[in-house]
Design a binder for this molecule. Structure first.
Ligand SMILES: Nc1nc2c(ncn2[C@@H]2O[C@H](COP(=O)(O)OP(=O)(O)OP(=O)(O)O)[C@@H](O)[C@H]2O)c(=O)[nH]1
Ligand SMILES: [Mg+2]
Length: 281
């Protein structure tokens, strides 16, 4: 398996970043949405740079897909980070507005106008879904692929709160390499630009290492080959993905594995633990 650094910073992300920079002076706080399965890899270092000293609520979203014990470890780490106020959430929870409103009251002094918060984060992490939950109406477009939101949108939640939805963006060099792979596994990088077999090999290797029983049970494998390509071949054979000549279709197997992982078919899985994450350098 290759483990090269993924670069994915197209022009629309550069625009999203500069538009956020422009909007920043007009907002009171930042709500950064992270993916609870990858709380390190989904934290865009450019957000810290853009927000400066503004308070930041970090929502560890899609917590339904992450291992709760690992999420609890991350929550403790985030809570100990100066300027960061973390919450754990998933789209089926209805109590977010109450929690966020109470937290904002502790972070922003009372003022004669509504509090303005900008919602930022990597692509496809659930920013617009969080806005819809907070606004209690489907006002922001959502979808299960990156770059659904293409421009900023102001949403009036109440006389007390105004939100700004923003397009997702990444950063120039997704290092360490595993960080880029985890972003690709979770669907933050467009499927049009990833090498499915490479990303799926990373995912297969991870699952075989951390969740071997769930991987074997899901595909009905009696043993797990140690080599990733062999493992993808075994998955392809079990799913009946056979090319001309009788060899397993690795591309279809790779796409299937990524689909299953993103759908939560292996149960709640965290793709990184605090102990796995080195400093970004
Ligand atoms: N399982 C799960 N899926 C979620 C959750 N929140 C959002 N999603 C799904 O994630 C996908 C992306 O959601 P969006 O709200 O469009 O994400 P976004 O961050 O606004 O994406 P961009 O605008 O493309 O950057 C959609 O299919 C949502 O239904 C969650 O808590 N759990
Ligand atoms: Mg969006």
């Amino acid at each position: 398996m290759s483990s090269s650094t993924i670069h994915w910073f197209p022009g629309h992300m550069a625009t999203a970043r500069s538009e956020i920079r422009k909007a920043m002076p007009g907002v009171d706080l930042v709500i950064e949405i992270l993916d609870a399965r990858i709380p390190f890899s989904s934290e865009n270092p450019l957000v810290a740079e853009l927000r400066g000293t503004k308070p930041c609520i970090q929502i560890l979203n899609k917590a339904d897909l992450a291992d709760p014990a690992v999420t609890a470890e991350w929550l403790a780490i985030k809570a100990a980070t100066p300027g960061i106020h973390p919450l754990v959430h998933n789209h089926k929870q209805g109590s977010l507005l109450r929690t966020v409103t109470a937290l904002i009251k502790t972070l922003v002094p009372p003022r004669p106008r509504p509090v303005a918060a900008i919602i930022v984060g990597i692509p496809n992490v659930g920013k617009s879904t969080v806005i819809n939950t907070l606004a209690s109406r489907p006002i922001a477009k959502t979808g299960n692929k990156p770059a659904i939101t293409q421009m900023q949108q102001r949403v009036v939640v109440s006389t007390e709160l105004v939100l700004v939805d923003t397009p997702g963006f990444l950063w120039h060099k997704l290092t360490p390499a595993a960080c880029g792979y985890r972003l690709a596994v979770t669907g933050a990088i467009s499927d049009r630009v990833i090498e499915h077999q490479d990303i799926a090999a990373f995912a297969a290797n991870f699952l075989a290492d951390r969740y071997p029983d769930r991987l074997a049970a899901h595909y009905g494998l009696t043993e797990l080959p140690t080599e990733e390509v062999e493992l993808l071949s075994a998955i392809g054979r079990r799913r009946g993905f056979i090319s001309k000549g009788g060899v397993p279709d690795l591309q279809r197997a790779a796409e299937r594995l990524l689909f299953d992982l993103r759908e939560g078919s292996f149960g709640a899985i965290s793709l990184e633990r605090p102990a796995d994450c080195l400093r970004r350098s």
